[in-house]
Design a protein around this ligand. Structure first.
Ligand code: HEC
Length: 140
């Protein structure tokens, strides 16, 4: 008996709230549909665009985003070695990193990932990164 009363109270609460819920605004991404009377109960589509046989279609350049590295001594070396495995976007997409972190980063590429960079060029790579991509030196 008690259960039935609870169920009835529950149903009553739902019934009373329904008009209230219906009035509340729909949450952010949900939009109510717009139906014009003219198309009710019919499947009407706008006319297909007429295509001519001599039309020329083309696509623009594919939007690859690899920003230029800052010009400076060592840039060519960087582009030569680092591009072997990934684009230099990996450099520009980092936040400005402290000088020591760039050094660790380059040695990580060598010791962990197997980048083959001779020692003197490794020094130049690190010097370049430290000259342009640290919190103190980064301009772009
Ligand atoms: C032998 C291949 C190889 C070479 C050469 C290489 N990298 Fe990487 N690099 C990787 C791999 C693998 C990752 C990790 C990729 C991932 O997590 O998606 C990576 C990631 C990075 C990252 C992202 C941060 C991180 O530690 O994962 C930076 C910055 C980076 N490399 C800088 C460089 C620079 C600068 C050079 C040139 C001196 C270089 N890489 C050369 C393989 C290489």
């Amino acid at each position: 008996m008690k259960k039935i009363i609870y169920i009835l109270i529950g149903l009553l609460v739902i019934a009373l709230n329904k008009p209230l819920l219906a009035k509340t605004d729909l949450p952010g991404l949900v939009r109510s549909g717009q139906y014009s009377k003219g198309t009710l109960l019919s499947i009407s589509q706008p006319d297909a665009i007429k295509q001519s046989l001599d039309a020329v279609y083309s696509v623009g350049t594919y939007p690859l985003y690899t920003p230029e590295l800052v010009p400076g001594e060592g840039r060519d070396i960087i582009q030569g070695y680092c591009n072997l495995c990934h684009s230099v976007t990996y450099i520009t997409m980092q936040p400005p990193l402290p000088a020591a972190t760039w050094e660790d980063e380059v040695y990580k590429m060598i010791n962990t990932y197997g980048a083959l960079i001779p020692e003197d060029e490794t020094r130049q790579v690190i010097a370049y990164l430290q000259a342009h991509y640290t919190p103190e030196t980064r301009r772009q």
